[in-house]
Design a protein around this ligand. Sequence first.
Ligand code: ZN
Length: 327
Amino acid sequence: MKKIPISLIIDDPSPVVSVYHAHHDTGFTRDGRPILEYVPNELFFTFCEIVRRHGLKGKFSVVPMPGNRGDIINGIDGADENDVAAWLNGVRERLCPAFSVGPEMLTHNKAVDLATGQALPMNERDWASVQTEETLTPYVAKALSILREAGFAPLGVTSPWNFGIEVEADYVKAISNAVLQVCGSKSAWYFLRSRRDVPDAKPWVAYDDGDRCVVSIPATARDHFWQTIDTTQADDSFVSRVADEIITADGKAGELIDILNRNGMPILITHWQSLVSNGLGTGLRALDEVATRIERNFGDALEWMSFEEILTMVLANKEQYPKPDFN
Ligand SMILES: [Zn+2]
């Protein structure tokens, strides 16, 4: 029997510093604790171990200039360079190629003036909303080239917030231009949209000129791990309840089951800050539990795929992945 593809999106990771801290509006969790500014590598290594143990695959962002605090090549303000190097090394050695690495634009905070490297007054989402193919291409190319310099081979990008959604046709062409320029590939993927609570949720061909192709890979689930940021609750029954929202222990309910029942492709999503849980790592434990339940209930019926594997799968059968009618 043909296996059903499943994938996991991890948004917002960067070495040592938290971009969630950088762009957070109040600086405090909803229960009043300061948002964690630095993430211990210990939690990152725990994530790598969960990935290895369960054979998880998907997409892992690396924000190249996290929070306008420097960049992953020349150093990040406030971060020990050995910790940054160990983190990047872990992504290269322990997450690739199971996870396709791509930038989540430059800063996931303020937009950058490419000529000076300085922060512009608006965030990247607001900046992108009025750009064109011409101005987006070098911006995306800059993000990709920093990752290449760090030893990655990115074939796609993640949109911080809903970066580019107002000018999506231009954005998609800019992604294609930039991936070709920087990485030499005529096919590319990107993550911008979600397809939740709809039948047949799956990726689609967003651009195809007969030579170059861009595939949009959506999240088809919600980030149920996010709630662990705003609470100190971390007992096993809480972890189990978070996992239940995706898949119950008996495999009979949860959003993953709903997606499969609607004939969709489960593309789960979480954020680095959701796994870190403001330092408690509760989200990591919930992810471990979700992966255990998926394994136990589905065994080989589901097959974890990286975003590059999804890209290849879609390009091999483009007509099966038409652009959906959204809105
Ligand atoms: Zn993000």
